[in-house]
Design a protein around this ligand. Structure first.
Ligand SMILES: [Fe+2]
Length: 310
């Protein structure tokens, strides 16, 4: 049973909510096994070597789209056991209200470090947000592959959404669980790399908006079982450590919007009253860089910035 008051208090304070393992485990495992069969994760999905990557690879349009080049649609996956389940709907409605809109859904794979070919590892070394898709052959790019991901915000274009995550297998500390920095959405949109400094205390960070505001935030690691559902505010900082296990974790990620026309009275919209500063940073610098993503050149290449989470 979801207690709305508890959800509201927690989400407004920390910008996330963990609903626990609420989905049918058997259905989740059947789906996971099917994805594994149709989109196996191994060294073979990478370009053979750097030469092949430089010839065929690119740094644009390499991620699954909202409808096209997305394995959920390419494989005709039936996700009714999630999207039509009362439990899932209740979780989503508790945050964004009724008549919500699923903006995008995709399959996320956390690729173990040991599964990367050496040439790809040298490309991704010291890149804060190593999206692995550019190094993967085009036919497999309808799944989103990551290695580690430095703390970042999902909401970078001003479109308001909440990220819902579903674990399709058991995720322990070693399997690169999501880490969330509590309450960081309150600073609104800030540039990547975000200004974070570790406290002397474990799992505590100080976050600055570079306007004279400094926030103390707890790093919360979301481990859990098959069928776990959790969500976080599109502006909350989150990331994952390197996947040092053997298992390429599979999750589903939903970006969900509230229906502002039909439903204005929801927790998510309320949360923006807590935000100081802008909710989007559109500035383009003289050198062609976008202020929000200082780790990417105007051509889309990733720059080596190091990472706050490893
Ligand atoms: Fe993210």
């Amino acid at each position: 049973m979801i207690k709305k008051k508890n959800v509201e208090k927690k989400f407004l304070e920390d910008g996330y909510f963990d609903f626990g393992s609420i989905l049918n485990k058997k259905d989740c495992l059947i789906l996971r096994d099917y994805i594994n069969k149709k989109r196996p994760c191994s060294k073979k999905i990478f370009y053979k070597n750097e030469k092949e990557f430089l010839k065929k690879g690119r740094f644009k349009n390499y991620s699954p789209g909202e409808k096209d080049h997305n394995a959920i649609f390419n494989l005709n996956l039936n996700l009714d056991f999630i999207e039509k389940s009362k439990k899932f709907k209740k979780c989503v409605e508790a945050i964004v209200g009724k008549d919500y809109i699923i903006k995008k859904k995709s399959i996320i794979r956390s690729v173990p470090r040991r599964m990367h070919p050496k040439w790809a590892l040298s490309f991704t070394k010291d890149i804060g947000r190593p999206n692995v898709n550019p190094y993967i052959k085009e036919e497999y790019q309808d799944v989103q592959y990551f290695q580690n991901v430095d703390f970042h915000q999902d909401m970078t274009r001003g479109i308001k959404f909440v990220t819902f995550y579903i674990y399709l297998d058991k995720v322990n500390k070693i399997d690169s669980p999501l880490n969330i920095l509590s309450g960081t959405y309150k600073f609104g949109s800030t540039h990547y790399p975000h200004y974070l400094r570790p406290s002397e205390s474990k799992n505590i960070w100080y976050y600055s908006n570079l306007q004279g505001n400094h926030m103390k935030s707890s790093q919360v690691s979301i481990s859990g079982g098959v069928g776990k559902v959790f969500c976080f505010h599109g502006l909350n900082l989150h990331g994952t450590k390197l996947n040092n296990s053997k298992k390429p974790r599979i999750s589903l990620r939903y970006l969900i919007q509230c229906n502002e026309k039909k439903n204005k009275n929801n927790i998510f919209l309320k949360s923006f009253k807590n935000c100081i500063g802008k909710i989007v940073e559109k500035r383009k610098l003289k050198n062609g860089f976008y202020f929000q993503r200082l780790d990417r050149t105007p051509k889309g290449n990733f720059l080596k910035t190091g990472s706050s989470i490893l």
